[in-house]
Write a protein that binds this ligand. Structure first.
Ligand code: FE2
Length: 351
């Protein structure tokens, strides 16, 4: 009996050690103890990011461990773990989430002349807590046989009676739409943003469901005529290997709204060094790598995002859509206005 108890305890200990090792991304028992490594907490859901980590490892010899989750769970985890966190870098798909992380005291301000030079001012925190790494525009995607391009102008114009029952976008729980609204609060004021949201809900073709790609498929099928969605999904769909997605991406057209007024809404994936990182220098080196020409080219050619580093040319697909004027705001406002945006969306019945 006693021997059996010892065996059970021994097995439990082995399981605990194995689980701890897996969580740390340490799979090799014979690993060099001098091996430098960093741990990235990432919200980005793109498989192509692994190539970036491999490139960084090859260039620097620093091993990258990855923990993937939603932005809110990652922020909560950093808060709960405090000084004990294994994280060095927080990487998210929405710059507003990093502004919220900064305000919750989860990030470390860094001094990087390289980042200050290669990230335009609108795409980084003024105090060095976070930096945009790749950008995407949230645009109108329409069916050219059902929509005359001359009928398109601004986001706000979609609330006119002509668009009743013809517009789709995803739900208000989605951070991309929350940040779209947060930007509208900034450029149109509270009332303008509210009028847009309530008018848009009135013109929805259906109750919001599915991701950005599902909105494009709704337009292809005739369920709706216009979708509000992110640019890079068109590239991702074209390269998905899925016949329906390819058909949607090839036949639908993309329109940059609010040219000549408040500009098209642009958001960015962004990265910051975790406040309690045990390797802030390596973490900074990783973020600088994300802004290097190699990494920036990868973002645009493999995930169809806009490079943030202005020295890097856009992928040919992005060039084919043409240039556009973005909103003139610092992306910090996406985080600052997030609660207000959610409140308005809730009040107007955007589900
Ligand atoms: Fe996405």
């Amino acid at each position: 009996m006693k021997a059996k108890s010892i065996l059970v305890m021994l097995s439990a200990t082995i399981v605990w050690f194995t689980l701890s090792a897996c969580q740390l991304g340490v799979n090799d028992a014979n690993q060099d103890p001098n091996q430098q490594s960093i741990t990235i907490f990432s919200e980005r859901h793109y498989d192509t990011d692994r190539v970036l980590y491999d490139l960084f490892e090859a260039e620097t010899g620093i091993q990258v461990n990855l923990v993937r989750d939603g932005a809110d769970p990652l922020l909560s985890r950093l808060e709960n773990e405090g000084e004990d966190t294994i994280a060095d870098v927080l990487l998210v798909a929405d710059a507003g989430s990093l502004e919220r992380a900064k305000n919750r005291d989860l990030l470390l301000a860094i001094e990087s002349p390289f980042l200050n030079e290669h990230v335009p001012q609108n795409y980084r925190d003024i105090d060095g807590y976070w930096y945009g790494v790749s950008a995407r525009a949230r645009v109108l995607v329409y069916h050219p046989e059902r929509v005359d391009v001359n009928a398109l102008s601004t986001y706000e114009a979609l609330i006119e009676p002509a668009w009743e029952g013809r517009v789709v976008t995803r739900s208000s729980t989605n951070i991309y739409n929350q940040s779209l609204m947060a930007s509208f609060i900034e450029v149109m004021g509270d009332q303008g943003a509210r009028d847009f949201a309530s008018g848009l809900v009135a013109n929805f073709a259906k109750s919001p469901s599915g991701n950005d790609r599902a909105q494009a498929l709704s337009v292809l099928s005739g369920e709706a005529d216009v979708a509000i969605m992110n640019t890079y999904y068109i590239g991702v769909m074209l390269n998905s290997g899925d016949a329906t997605q390819i058909e949607a991406a090839a036949s639908l057209k993309l329109f940059f709204p609010n040219q000549g007024t408040t500009g098209t809404h642009v958001n960015a994936s962004a990265a910051g060094v975790v406040k309690h990182s045990s390797n802030p220098e390596l973490a900074t080196q990783f973020i600088e790598f994300l802004l290097s020409e190699t990494a920036q080219r990868h973002f645009t050619t493999n995930n169809f995002e806009y490079p943030v580093n202005p020295n890097v040319e856009w992928d040919s697909l992005l060039l084919s859509w043409g240039t556009f004027v973005p909103q003139d705001i610092n992306l910090a406002v996406l985080g600052e206005n997030n609660n207000r945006a959610k409140e308005i969306m809730d009040q107007v019945g955007w589900r």
